[in-house]
Design a protein around this ligand. Sequence first.
Ligand SMILES: [Zn+2]
Length: 185
Amino acid sequence: MIIFNSKKLKILQMTHPSLRNVSDDIKEYDKTLNDLAKSLTKLMKDPFNDGVETVGISAAQVGINVKLCICKVPGSGKNIAMVNPVVLDLSDDINKELEGCVSVGIGPNQLFAYVPRPRTVKIKYFDLKGQEAFLEAKDLMSHIVQHEIDHMYGKLFIDYIDDPNEIMTLAELNERSSMEKKSLI
Ligand SMILES: [Zn+2]
């Protein structure tokens, strides 16, 4: 049973300690888990009431440290709720994708960087009914999945960036007019 108030869910910003905690495994596949997944999915659609959606969210980002995340499959309207995901395999091949995070800055101050991650990831997870499932993800979806699982272990995408010059605000990113506007993780 997960105790929370769906009307008071708020996305935490990076100095909040919940974002640095290791989340607990989920043991009960009950109504409260479904309710939390529903609330997170709703929050993803417009987290800051500015009409910009995010393509992934973890429960840790609203201060509930349990292993649940929602990932949006790029190019489709489909969201996948993942409970207790475990990484089974990562490719040696590294790919860089533009990442941001709704817990790392707000509005024009939201931060972005090209994050290097394994190009493909294989994971095992459980759906909201407790059924085991497997997923192999590539490129952007691989980044989304790894980014959301990282939240369950207190890790943020900026932790992968050694050179602070590589971190850009949304305003700086928009200035790069040639750059394609991407969805936010
Ligand atoms: Zn994030």
